[in-house]
Write a protein that binds this ligand. Structure first.
Ligand code: SF4
Ligand code: SF4
Ligand code: SF4
Length: 406
């Protein structure tokens, strides 16, 4: 049932050999296809063995699931966007999909906007404390770790240390904070991310709370997740044991430490902006926005920007024919449209060729909106986005208590 926790590992010997942390996630995905509980699996795979090039793949044959075994920290595919762009928001087939917390949150937000059919999705969440920008990660491997990026067989972030495992089995470690001071390490939005365990998914899987590298800690987060996990256990796909109180405590402590680290990054990044006077803020952001080349990159990457009929398109009439819109218009319109539901995935900033710190600003504003409306994007499918609430009834559903009398 919801709230149950297990220490799990794959029953299949081949998956055990290749899979990370006991291969439980790979086994569950394979089971989803074999049991026909899913028509297809969406997971991430290294393109031709290049772990800096992780691509979302759609798999329908159970024996191919093993190709997605293992975590890739140096790529951050846009899973929610993949789902809406190519898979019709899961409206016509049942999918088991592997998600990071930010992917799951974007999916939840899109489900509220009827862009994704959650009934057809089984969200298998992975704990996450950050992903690294692919190109910079390769440079970091060469410059800091002094290894050939192609020789890296795995990465791991634990206790503020980035460990890489080489193909010969040896390991190298670097202090994550030091790397980040040097401009390497995690994507900037990831440093500020405080949702590490994907409790909004159907099941949340990760290594926290395990005592070795051969098991996965699983938390059941929904009734659907419970039914699926029970079927997988009954079907002999994974073996389980109950976690000890010490395991659960260890997992909670690691989560708390990661949240604390994210809050410190938020404080650092936000206070730099908050300390500015109104004039300085205006000048800073307008200087940033003036660099915008109106490429549509941020809009097209943002999973929350879902409007088919977008204000930024010339044929909407917002931009008169023959006129070029002002530079600042793109980021400002977009920010206004998504700031109640930004899930801090960083996809907008990843694609911005002008390096405008868009996700920093949207996240900051979304936090402010969230504080006012007691709303945390992507955490609860029953809570409506605050800026969509226009009636007293909807505001009550959003948990907002505002006196509208003048
Ligand atoms: S934003 Fe959060 S969940 Fe998403 S990749 Fe970064 S750390 Fe992971
Ligand atoms: S605005 Fe940026 S960070 Fe926020 S949801 Fe959209 S792409 Fe992600
Ligand atoms: S990605 Fe950057 S340059 Fe392109 S429209 Fe967005 S803010 Fe402007």
């Amino acid at each position: 049932m919801k709230g149950d926790m297990y220490i799990a590992r794959a029953a299949d010997k081949d998956i055990l050999k290749i899979g990370e942390n006991g291969g439980a996630v790979t086994s569950l995905l394979k089971f989803a296809l074999e049991s026909k509980m899913a028509d297809a699996v969406v997971a991430v795979k290294a393109r031709e063995g290049n772990r800096y090039d992780g691509i979302p793949v759609l798999i329908t044959e159970p024996e191919k699931v093993i190709e997605t075994a293992g975590s890739l920290h140096c790529s951050s595919p846009n899973i929610a966007r993949f789902l809406t762009e190519y898979l019709d928001g899961a409206s016509s087939s049942k999918l088991a999909i592997v998600v990071k917390p930010c992917d799951a949150r974007a999916i939840v937000e899109l489900a509220k906007r009827t862009q994704i059919n959650l009934d057809n999705l089984l969200l298998i969440g992975l704990n996450c404390t950050g992903t690294l920008p692919s190109a910079k990660a390769k440079i970091m491997m060469k410059e800091i770790f002094e290894v050939d990026p192609a020789d890296v067989a795995g990465e791991d972030i634990e206790d503020n240390v980035l460990t890489i495992t080489l193909k010969d089995g040896s390991e190298k470690k670097e202090d994550l904070a030091k790397l980040e001071e040097q401009g390497y390490g995690r994507r900037e939005n990831c440093r500020r991310c405080e949702i590490n365990i994907p409790v909004m998914a159907d099941i949340a899987c990760g290594k926290w709370g395990t005592t070795n590298k051969e098991t996965t800690f699983i938390e059941i987060c929904s009734d659907k997740g419970s039914q699926f996990a029970q079927a997988a256990i009954d079907g002999g796909c994974i073996t389980i044991e109950q976690p000890s109180a010490a395991s659960i405590d260890d997992r909670n402590k690691k989560d708390k430490a990661a949240i604390e680290s994210a809050k410190q990054w938020q404080e650092k990044d936000f206070s730099r902006l908050e300390k500015m006077s109104s004039e300085e803020k205006f000048s800073y952001w307008f200087t940033q926005f003036h660099q915008c080349i109106k490429c549509y990159g941020c809009r097209d990457a943002c999973p929350i920007c879902y409007c088919k009929d977008c204000f930024l398109e010339a044929d909407r009439g917002y931009i008169p024919p023959g006129e070029i819109p002002p530079d600042v218009m793109f980021p400002m319109v977009r920010i206004a449209h998504v700031m109640d539901s930004c899930v801090n995935c960083g996809q907008c900033e990843d694609v911005c060729t002008m390096d405008i710190p868009i996700s920093l600003l949207v996240f900051l504003l979304s936090k402010k909106v969230g504080d006012i409306f007691k709303y945390e994007p992507g955490m609860d499918v029953t809570k409506l986005p605050p800026l969509r609430t226009t009636t007293d009834k909807e505001l009550t559903l959003s948990g907002v208590d505002i006196d509208f009398e003048p």
